[in-house]
Design a protein. Sequence first.
Length: 201
Amino acid sequence: MPRISERFRGFLPVVVDIETGGFNAKTDAMLEIAACIICMDDFGRLKIAETISANIVPFQGARIDPRSLEFTGINLDDPDRNPIDEKEALRNIFLPVRQELRATDCQRAVLVGHNPAFDLSFLNAAIERVDYKRNPFHPFSTFDTATLGGLAFGQTVLARAVQAAAIDWDESSAHSAEYDTVKTAELFCTIVNRWKILTGM
């Protein structure tokens, strides 16, 4: 039976998207986070195992650029937003990731993202801010679907790569962390699964 721990050298791929109040991970608020844990079926194909998401209370003193809110469409005053603090949001994602690491014999989670340096910088900044002790993610290694999309489909923009992969895309839902994470995960699984068909790997 194929094992995901053997496919990525002991890494467990976890797709992450973070929506923020700006571009500076040290000063700007993390407003939404979502993660898709990736698993492998009996035929060695990747698929989404679980999706976790949270809206986040900006940390004390956080900067929020109104242009970022305009871009993402996030309404901080939405009564249905139900935000939680950063530490609880991280815990909600890290605990199931750690459980999956144990279940699959993987050593570390690797963050999969579309231009993932941005998301990893905000994740690492939040981990440092709340002094989170048991971070399952590798501190600097990532898998980049912008690069993979360029390789597989000649497209580096998420929406265009997703559409080139014949995956549904709803522009009105884009720029929410959960939607973008699911679409990035579907793109990642599609590319890896096609590579398996082409090469047997």
